[in-house]
Design a binder for this molecule. Structure first.
Ligand SMILES: [Zn+2]
Length: 114
């Protein structure tokens, strides 16, 4: 009996729901926009220097994809206590700021749409 090797066709449908990792991914486009918005300064404390593109909400909470309104350029690194990226990831105050800031960003984006 001859065995025919046949490639399994790729499913035509898209994944019903993207994984949290995919939804949380910061594309270079989002990164560039965030950097442009920040002007090269931390969006929380205004400090220049080393900045990181930080999620303003938990990745798994992102519904479709991470937009520029879901992130902020913050001073880092996130592992260093006292940086803004560390603050929003690990402190209640920081998280509250991040949520508020995200709301402002979405509001601003809506307004600029007209
Ligand atoms: Zn900062």
């Amino acid at each position: 009996m001859e065995f025919e090797l046949r490639a399994v066709p790729k499913p035509k449908h898209k994944r019903f729901k993207r994984t949290a990792k995919q939804r949380g991914q910061i594309t270079s486009d989002v990164y560039d926009k965030a950097l442009e918005r920040s002007g090269g300064y931390c969006e929380r404390c205004g400090k220049g220097g080393y900045l990181e593109c930080a999620h303003l909400i938990r990745r798994w909470k992102v519904e479709v994809e991470t937009t520029v309104n879901d992130v902020a350029m913050l001073c880092g690194p996130s592992v260093n206590t006292g940086t803004c990226h560390n603050l929003i990831d690990y402190t209640a105050n920081g998280k509250a700021w991040a949520e508020k800031y995200r709301e402002q960003l979405y509001k601003r984006a809506k307004e600029s749409e007209g």
